[in-house]
Design a protein around this ligand. Sequence first.
Ligand SMILES: Cc1cc2nc3c(=O)[nH]c(=O)nc-3n(C[C@H](O)[C@H](O)[C@H](O)COP(=O)(O)O)c2cc1C
Ligand code: SF4
Ligand code: SF4
Length: 457
Amino acid sequence: MSLEVEFCGIRFPNPFIVASSPPTTTGEMIARAFAAGWGGAVIKTVAPEGEVIENVAPRFAAMKADRKRIVGFENIELISERPLSIWEKECRILKDRYPDRVLIGSCMAGGADKAGWQELVVRLEDAGCDMVELNLGCPHGMPERGMGSVCSQNPEITGAITRWVKEVARKPFLVKLSPNVTEITVPGRAAARNGARALSAINTVNVLLGVDIDRFEPLPSVAGKTTYGGYSGAAVRPIALKAVSDLARHLPDVAISGVGGIATWRDAVEFLLSGAATVQVCTEVMLRGFGIIGPLQRGLERYMAEHGFERVSDLVGLALPRITDHSKLDFDHKPKAVIDASACIRCDKCYTACEDAAYQAIELPHPRMAPVKARGVPIVHLELCTGCSLCQHVCPVDCIKLQEVAGAPGEVKGSLGLSLGPDATYPGAARWDRPGGASGAPSIPAATSGDRLAANA
Ligand SMILES: Cc1cc2nc3c(=O)[nH]c(=O)nc-3n(C[C@H](O)[C@H](O)[C@H](O)COP(=O)(O)O)c2cc1C
Ligand code: SF4
Ligand code: SF4
């Protein structure tokens, strides 16, 4: 078994790449990433000679779960402040010292600057970069100068830049796309039609992270003011997975480098299964350092061994045939919520969720707000449960499973002994006849019920 991958004809020792980002601010940092084991690295995006790049401070803001763990990260950082000439020197040193690692240049110029794009790509290739990534995705600062995300938000500009680069490139290049579009396949197709063999998705998602409610200052506050920035980290992973899978499904001949919210080997596997052939990481390296490459590699190796995969390419895109139109999903699949009574901690969260946001299919065998010691395990009325899964997601101990229940009724049959009208088969119809149901007063179910269809295991 091997973690080696081939991407556009280039051999990577493993599929893990440090994305163009603060961890690739200098050649020395990239050298440490390579020494730690990363298969490749994309240099921080470099601008045409003479373009002044100056950063503000602070330029980061974080979204935390429970005020602790960072789940989303906003930046208003610009591209590399260092000139192309410095990067040329450092790329040569890096290639000299780490010939087996894949060094990817990164650049951006204006949407009408053909000469700028061509010079950047040629000089990065000449400096030894194995590939070059065209950054058409940065959503802040650079768009005001006609660069960054505005270039992949307009498919004509995306196509033109790809064409210009194709004219001069002697090595493979990737077009890095912005997720801040309605359909990422539109710029993806424009790049592919004009000669791109590889795409990177995604760059950051344009957001306003938050507002300091005591100072009335949007964040990150730069001396009291902010600008919309780029969101990254775990929170953007679903957006990136959608983008990667969409591109892979519609452009099967294009290689995709997946990026956005990858923190663990599991996340990386999700991207590979969704069609990415390599994966890039930025925010997680910012938060935990280059050392995460060890667990990433070991986890992927273990996963491949467990599933009998010989090569990383064996798992690329395996989940794609299972993504389809909503109308093509199986409407006969009717699982029901089943509670594992032995694991239930009687928190009643499933009841509240089902009662106030689903189909009123869960009944409490005790009065609402009863002391925990006096509570029983909630009861699922199979004939009312539509299998929506909300209760499963709110259960803090993961003791609700959605499963087919043999003999479960598929529709409301009036088993609660209620006088159901002609709408009886619609979920929720029975509630109008329940005590308190129509009046809006909270209903307090009886402690026992002779005709209930409990699904509790
Ligand atoms: C602080 C910061 C700076 C970034 N700078 C660049 C850049 O110069 N060029 C680029 O192509 N992407 C840049 N990115 C975007 C990342 O390469 C990556 O596409 C994005 O952050 C999503 O991946 P992640 O969730 O692993 O961070 C930057 C991201 C962050 C957080
Ligand atoms: S799956 Fe939906 S309808 Fe069924 S019990 Fe749970 S929340 Fe209620
Ligand atoms: S949410 Fe889970 S633990 Fe809480 S009462 Fe429901 S089944 Fe039990």
